[in-house]
Every structure is written in structure tokens, then in C-alpha cells.
Design a protein around this ligand. Sequence first.
Ligand code: ATP
Length: 512
Amino acid sequence: MAQEDIFKKLVAHCKEYGYVFQSSEIYDGLGAVYDYGQYGVELKNNIKKYWWDSMVLLHENVVGIDSAIFMHPTIWKASGHVDAFNDPLIDNKDSKKRYRADVLIEDQLAKYEEKMNKEVEKASKRFGDAFDEKQFRETNPRVLANKEKWNTLHNRFSKALNDSDLAELKQIIEDEGIVCPISGSRNWTDVRQFNLMFATEMGSTADGALKVYLRPETAQGIFVNYLNVQKTGRMKIPFGIAQIGKAFRNEIVARQFIFRMREFEQMEMQFFVRPGSELDWFEKWKETRMKWHRALGFGDENYRFHEHEKLAHYANAAVDVEYKFPFGFKEVEGIHSRTDFDLSQHEQYSGKKIRYFDPELNESYVPYVVETSIGVDRMFLQVISASYCEEQLEKDTRVVLKLPPVLAPVKLAVMPLVKKDGLPEKAREIIDELKFDFICQYDEKDSIGKRYRRQDAIGTPFCVTVDHQTAEDNTVTIRYRDTMEQERVAISELGKIIGEQISYKKLFGKLQ
Ligand code: ATP
């Protein structure tokens, strides 16, 4: 099945099974805003727990905060967001659709890459085991021609971004013959800058209302609390502050479901270090974060690092962790070495000293910062994309979400074989015993087969059937979602069997 079709099915599945709904759906929806349903919120909370605990539980020197969404407007002046938080946008005059110029060009780069990969794939099939991919990439004329095009475009694109040369971005789009996916035409407007922050007013107009912004990132809430946390927590450098919270961006092009939203959630950690040591810490956090992703078992080959074409004004190193979504490799997380830019700016704009006295060096300095920043929603999409699968069985097909058990919303479904003979009561007893440890669901409607399918579709890793034998010997049949294997086990064993599989501790073991 084509990847786009899989993606469409996945989006439909998320809606049908209570994971993600379009916001304000009965009013025809609101662009790029989504609500999480009864299972979505559980998965999201589990993702957040995985991240939070991996930061603050596993690192003695990382603590958390929860700062407000509204902040003093000068913060956004100091951070550069008022003047420089812009996306280059371009409109197609025929379709009247708006695009991000940089994204159009990135898609074009991806096309050249795809062409090279197709050649490699074809040749690999032709030559079988004898195939030497490295040599093929270095010598095949078609691969080399596309590589040349990629390099030329990449260099031109990086330069245009770094020079903020909007006319050149438009020229690239024209020279590459990039067309609007809707109208198919090349009838483009000029490229313009567009600020992504939402603004609103605080206080009544009679008082003189203050223009405030909905924060476009959670990081600034951490920077402006640096001194509070360092002092009250008696933190010693190096140390980190973690935060999970909502962020808002007036995205020009909101596409691809929850990949790009106008209201989303971020999990960010700012790690404060001694000046000069930031690039070592940058490498360390790169490795730590990649391990965190890979520990979920979605396949190491589905992740890669992507170096930034253009470093943000505050950064001296930056890399994205990209995951292979059904629509290609895309950013899930950014790791940035932000230098002392943010704290120095806040020093300047607030007039307050934001320093650290380093007892080992016997001197004060503005700490440098390495940031890890990941979107909860993009992570959610990664988990769902990796887990969604359609399996051909002997008689029919099944749709199953092979979620890592530790993240699955419902861990256990308990099903009485029939609705009589005391079986429902026995099933309830099992739930009453286990419900304090994880989410259990009771299901007595329809045939057992149909009930299994329903649980497969929401990704429940374990189902237990209570039958007449249960009343006699206190055993049940446990059925495993991924293998569909069944075995007879004692009720008293259930907590242990399931507990082991859904343990965060086991997952964290892979991070050490
Ligand atoms: P992009 O290039 O895709 O716009 P970005 O580089 O602007 O992303 P950052 O500012 O580094 O993103 O934000 C850190 C993380 O926050 C991203 O890696 C992503 O997971 C998440 N994120 C950013 N913007 C959005 C959005 N509009 N919707 C959902 N998640 C987002």
C-alpha cells in the first residue's frame, strides 16, 4: 500500500478509535487544532511520563518546573521572537494557497534524494548479495547527476537562508520549476516574512491593556526562572531544568495532521553548562536523546540526525532527530547549543545579573545552554505511525496498534466468555484487583473474536478470557496482542506477567 494511503488510514483510525479528533468538529473544525480523545490522552500522558522521568528521575542534576503560558512581553523582545520569529511565505496566485518557501525547497531536495535511493534500490535487487552500495553511489552516473543537483540546490538554499535573502528563495523556486501541488502552476507571489506569534491583550483597555503573546516555545519560561531554580534548589553547574507545556504558533501551512499544529505541546530541557564545555555536552545530549527514541524499538534505521541548513541566531551547533514518518524523514526533536544568548539577553533587557559563581574556577559567568526540545504531538504521531499495522490473517485481516505495552492506553481487557454463570462477576473481581496498577477494561459484548479485534485496534497488549474453568481452578486464558498466542495462567500471576511487560523501569534500563 502506498505510504500516503497508510497515512490516511492512520488518521481515520485515530478518529474512529478515540485517539485524536479535529477541534470544534461540529462547527466544521478549526485549522490545525486537534483534541485528544479518551485513548489519545492516555497515550499522550504515558509519552510525557516516559520523557519526564527519563529527565528528572534518571538525572540527579535535572529538575522540573511548570511556568505560565503568559509572560512579560519584553521577554519575547529579548529572546528575538518579536523581530526574528518569522517564516518565509509564498502564495500561489492560481490556487490562492500559501506555502512556506523553505519547506517547498526542502521537499525538492527530498525528491532528489528519493531519486538516488530508487536507483540504489533497483540496483540492489539486480545484484543481490554482491551489491556494493557505497561503490554504486560513488560511480553510477544517474546517482551522481542527482547528487550534483542536490549539492547545488543545498548550497544555494543554505546561503539564501543565512543571508535572509527572500528574493533568492523565490528565484530558487522558479529555477527549480517547483509547482503548486494544488493548481500545478508556477504562478508565485514574492516571498514575504510572517511572524508566527499569537498576540492578545491583558487587562481592560481603560487600564491601558498590555499586548501579550501566547508563548511560541516553553524554553523562555525556563530561562527567566534560571536564577530562582538555581538559588532555591542550590543547583550546581552543570544542571538542567525540564518543562512540559503548551506552545502556540500561527503556522502558515498546517498540514499532515498533528505534525504541524497551531496549538501544541513541547517537552523541553535546558542544560546549563560552563562556557567552553557546551559542544561536549551537545554531543552527550545528542547521544542520550537518540537512545531514548530507539529504546522504544521502532527500528534504528528509522531515525537519523539532520544538521541544520541555517543556524538560528543564538546557536553554535544544532541538529534534528528525524523519524521516518509515512510522509518521509521529518523532525521530531531539536537539540541546540544556544550559547549564552538567552541568559545574556535577559540580563540586558531586565537589568538583573544572571550569573553563576563557579566555586571551582572562583569566577562568575553567564552559563551556556544546551537544549533538547521535542514536540509531544510529533512524538505521539511517531508512536502511532510506528505501531499501526494491517495484518493478513488466514481468514480475514486485522488492524492492530502494536504500541509498546508501556505506552498503551489500556493495558488489559477482561472478557467473560458468556454473560451468565457468574463469569461477569469473576471478571469484575479480576479488574477490582488490578485496577490500582494499570488501566483495565471490561468487555462482554459480541463474540470473543470481535472483542479481540476491538482491543487490537486500540492497542491493548493483553486480553484475558474468563470461562467456566475459571470458576473451578482460578485460571484464565491470556492472549498476547502481537503474537495472538494464548496460554492458561493463574489469576494470581496476572499482575506479575503484565507488570513486567509494562514496566518503565525495564524501558529505562535500555537508556543506561
Ligand atoms: P519546524 O522546522 O518543523 O517548523 P522547528 O525547527 O521550528 O520545527 P523547534 O522550534 O525546534 O521546531 O521546536 C522543537 C520541537 O517542537 C520540534 O522538533 C517539534 O517536535 C515541535 N514543534 C514545533 N512546531 C510544532 C508545531 N507547529 N506542531 C507540532 N509540533 C511542533
